[in-house]
Ligand binder design. Structure first.
Ligand SMILES: *Cc1c(COP(=O)(O)O)cnc(C)c1O
Length: 819
């Protein structure tokens, strides 16, 4: 038995079931919590988890995707689908965890559990690289380490596995014991403890003790005393312990770390001897993660020589999918680092979410999926490709080629990467989205390099998961039934166009809004089908607006009558939105327009008013709360006058980002989220749960040593009185890095250290004072990220985050990440 083979009956017997409705018995191999990521619906069991949203609301979606087995806590849903299986439990999340724990108990393989503040995923992936030669390893996918991620990870264990490596993370007290019961580790690794996730704990010691609960019953515990201060060694877990330290005596006592040519050479004392290793990375975090892996290999009994040999070959861990612009109007999704069936399903979902090209091509290598015969594996993949609507397959490798006959779509095969590259000039790629997914060994990064445009050294990285997180954050603050309009004007506040809209459409927001018709047209051309409101519909664009089914915002009598006159007499009920001015004094109908407006609304059948809305002038500011209340009141008063004339219902909305949390009473029927999606909300103070979406990076093109009497840049404004070192970086005011950042006003991060600008900002580049900072040509420089934020930059030059973001010019390439 290599599969996770339980019948629904058996699962029902194992769980604490209150009642169940089993219509037919079926084997369950997959546990699902997201109704969208379905691979094999017949053998999937859907858990309706109530998190930010009620998981039961997704049962309909899951059912439509073919799923027929559900674990629920609200029995009302069972009645809706009489042909499906329903297990009713008191707590769905607890049932998922319980099932995983039972499954885990059936196997007695070695299991390593990893926890700590940082580095869990990298250490897990590196241990996988280091140990794959000796074990058949099952591990957490990506960074699945939560109350839901851990059970889903552990569920993958099957008989052929000889080692499990799972990570566990907690955000609250009392969570770890549950994860320990699911993972049941024999070896524990504590990576480190930092303040980063201190929330919910009264002290670092309390947090540490909570984390250590994961290791309560381990035989071997690997840790650094640098992170366990305050706890006596005998109180630490583990029948056996293995310590490492850079500051004190330990089993692996680090003597020194020396950077050489982008790598780090490390010397340590171990069993009274000096040993060494080479970590093929230059950054500090990689050194620590490397030492943790080193300690683990030694603790497991590998010789120092063998450990060194293996560590030298570590490769970067990249769990993210990257979406880039490709050659011949293609979009390229680069996932050339890992290949197993669960990550393939995730990548195919991301491929399917792209609407900008009809044609979708997958370039796939052999997969090294353990425990399945090639025939079963490629049969499953063939079914997956069909289900995810891939249009073309290019298979690379002997194994996938051998099963060419299984694939029903357009396909071609190559024995290896080199053969494909040789043939590349003859292969036709045009106007399609291409997913490049290959096992490490196949070096598919060579293929993505051929397919993508060369990226100029200044790039803005957009984290689509962070954007989805921010959307979830606001959805959780919005009352049930309230709709969401996402503001994607001005290239989604500078962050992109269809790339962002595709995600928002997939996340099922109700409306998009753009400023001008051409932005809306671009979205339609990229396959966005959801409703789009245009806020400044110029008469010259009416024709395009109607052609592309965009919905104009009408804000005064002139534009209203012009639009009605434009519509042909045969038109009936064209969707429009009415903007009311309640105090912003920008655009919108006012009270005094009503005598003209109301008769038209009463009689005109060519249009249908979908929504009536207004915009708040200062929702983020407590000082103006009375004014905000007044604006809300005025909108409501106006809608009451309009409603009887129309004789039908419409959506009322006035909330922008800051109003969602600060003025919940203003949510009405819909909210409009703008800057909050991109990670800012000046109405929220302190920790808000919002994540940084955009990171702007550039590179050093030259380093210079400047004497005390010399000057730097145009107008000779830059002076280093004591002399020093400057770095020229590839970003200037034409990229959106404003001139006002010059002469030390702005700072960038060079290898983690703040470096002020020196002299004037030029059009395409500027200079930084890097005196005392270790840097070389080609090093990456951060203009803004989650540490040096857009809000910091805004403050430096006396503007607001909106302007910083939207200023970044279109010539700066955007690269999108998705996990
Ligand atoms: C831009 C805009 C918003 C979004 O405002 P944020 O403060 O970014 O949330 C909402 N409504 C209208 C009419 C807008 O123009």
């Amino acid at each position: 038995m290599t599969e996770r083979n339980y019948t629904i009956q058996q699962i029902a017997e194992q769980l604490n079931i209150e009642s169940f409705q089993v219509n037919y018995d079926t084997f369950i191999s997959t546990l699902l919590i997201d109704s969208r990521s379905v691979v094999s619906p017949e053998s999937s069991l859907f858990f309706a988890i109530n998190a930010q949203r009620n998981g039961h609301e997704f049962i309909a979606d899951a059912y439509a995707n073919g799923i027929r087995s559900f674990v629920i806590s609200d029995n009302a849903y069972a009645a809706l689908y009489s042909d499906a299986n329903f297990l009713l439990v008191p707590n769905v999340q607890a049932a998922l965890q319980q099932l995983a724990a039972i499954h885990r108990s059936k196997f007695n393989l070695d299991v390593i559990a990893i926890t700590g503040s940082n580095g869990k995923t990298v250490v897990k992936e590196w241990l996988y690289q280091l140990l794959a030669a000796d074990y058949n390893i099952v591990r957490s996918p990506k960074s699945f380490n939560s109350q839901l991620g851990v059970p889903l990870s552990v569920w993958q264990i099957s008989t052929e596995h000889t080692l499990g490596i799972f990570e566990a993370g907690i955000s609250k007290k009392e969570e770890m014991a549950g994860l320990a019961a699911i993972i049941q580790p024999g070896t524990g690794i504590l990576t480190n403890i930092r303040e980063a996730h201190a929330e919910g704990f009264s002290s670092p010691k309390e947090k540490l003790l909570e984390k250590l609960k994961l290791f309560k019953d381990v035989k071997l515990f690997i840790y650094s005393p640098d992170y366990t201060a305050g706890i006596a060694t005998r109180e630490l877990p583990g029948e056996r312990r293995f310590s490492w330290s850079t500051t004190m005596k330990a089993d692996l006592e680090i003597l020194f770390v020396e950077p050489i040519k982008g790598r780090n050479y490390i010397r340590a004392r171990y069993k009274n001897e000096e040993i060494e290793c080479l970590i093929p990375f230059s950054d500090g975090a990689s050194v620590e993660n490397g030492i943790i892996c080193w300690a683990t290999l030694l603790a497991m009994g590998y010789t120092p020589e063998e450990a060194d040999l293996r560590l030298e070959k570590l490769t970067a861990v990249n769990m993210r999918l990257t979406l880039k612009n490709g050659i011949n109007q293609c979009s390229v999704i680069d996932d050339s680092y890992s290949a197993d069936i669960s990550s393939l399903a995730i990548a195919l979902d991301f491929l399917r979410l792209q609407n900008q090209h009809v044609m979708k091509t997958l370039i796939l290598s052999d997969l090294y999926e353990t425990g399945k015969s090639d025939k079963d594996l490629y049969t499953e993949i063939a079914a997956l490709l069909k289900q995810k609507q891939v249009s073309r397959l290019i298979g690379i490798g002997e194994h996938i080629s051998a099963y060419a006959g299984l694939f029903e779509l357009e396909s071609s095969f190559y024995p290896n990467t080199q053969a494909f590259i040789q043939d590349f000039p003859a292969i036709h790629f045009n106007n399609e989205t291409i997913l490049v997914k290959g096992a490490r060994l196949f070096e598919f990064e060579r293929i993505s390099k051929l397919l993508t445009q060369k990226i100029h050294d200044t790039v803005m990285e957009i984290d689509l998961n962070a954007l989805a997180n921010n959307l979830r954050f606001y959805k959780s603050k919005v009352k049930p039934g309230v709709k969401v309009m996402a503001m994607v004007k001005a290239f989604s506040y500078g962050s992109g166009s269809f790339e962002i809209a595709n995600l928002l459409q997939y996340q099922k927001v109700d409306y998009l809004a753009v400023a001008y018709a051409d932005e809306g047209i671009a979205l339609r051309k990229a396959g966005i089908t959801m409703p789009v409101m245009v806020m400044s519909p110029e008469p010259s664009a009416f024709e395009a607006i109607v052609k592309y089914k965009l919905e104009p915002e009408l804000y005064n009598m002139d534009i209203l009558t012009a639009f009605i006159d434009f519509l042909p007499d045969t038109q009936f009920s064209y969707p429009v939105h009415l903007k009311i001015d309640t105090g912003m004094h920008r655009l919108g109908f006012e009270e005094l327009d009503l005598p003209d407006l109301l008769p038209i609304l009463r009689l005109e059948e060519k249009i249908r008013v979908i929504s009536v809305f207004s915009h708040l002038a200062a929702s983020e500011d407590e000082k103006h709360d009375d004014f905000t209340a007044y604006q809300i009141e005025r909108l409501l008063a106006m809608t009451e006058k309009i409603r009887p004339e129309l004789g039908y219902d419409f959506i009322r909305h006035i909330s922008n980002t800051s109003a969602i949390t600060r003025h919940p009473e203003a949510q009405l029927d819909m909210v409009r989220i703008g800057i909050g999606l991109y990670g800012f909300d000046s109405g929220l103070n302190g920790k808000s749960g919002l994540q940084t979406v955009a990171v702007l990076k550039t590179t050093i093109t030259q380093i210079k040593h400047v004497g005390p009497l010399e000057t730097v840049g145009y107008g000779r404004r830059g002076i280093l009185p004591e002399g020093g070192t400057t770095a020229t970086v590839k970003i200037g005011y034409a990229d959106g890095y404003r001139r006002s950042f010059g002469n030390g006003v702005g700072k960038m991060l060079v290898n983690g250290k703040p470096a002020p600008t020196i002299g004037a900002i030029a059009m395409d580049m500027c200079m930084l004072d890097i005196t005392g900072i270790d840097a070389k040509t080609g090093d990456e420089v951060i203009v803004f990220n989650n540490e040096l934020t857009i809000a910091d930059l805004a403050e430096q030059i006396g503007t607001i985050p909106y302007e910083i973001l939207t200023n970044i010019s279109q010539r700066v390439k955007r690269v999108y990440f998705y996990e």
